[in-house]
Design a protein. Sequence first.
Length: 146
Amino acid sequence: MIKQNMQNWHQHLRGELPGGLDALLADDCVFYSPIVFTPQKGKELTKLYLGAAGNTFSEGNKDQALGSTQSAFRYTKEVLSGDHAILEFETEIDGKYVNGVDIITFNDEGKIIEFKVMMRPLQAINLMHEKMRAMLEKMQPAAAGP
């Protein structure tokens, strides 16, 4: 089942999964950010943070989905075991190298129940902190609705 779950994740990154994150995330999903100290609990907060990250990573590639071959963001390694996936990624933002790991846990229904991001080097974390704060501020009014 983990292979199908990962196919769905990659399909989402290409912008080809009907329902997008709503179809992938469990209602009680928890997001662990390398930037924010406390876990972000619930589907809506997880969607907000994943959306902000996706927009931040693909900022220079507005016409490209996050996982597209023309985007700077790319997964370089994938380890699957049981209900867990560990995906190493690389990208470049503002000329700075960013390397990290997404650790994704799925429930028995194939929904993501935990999404944890770890990142390096420190220079990349500091840059992402600045960019994510700006992106979240920009997205908040849209997320809150009219």
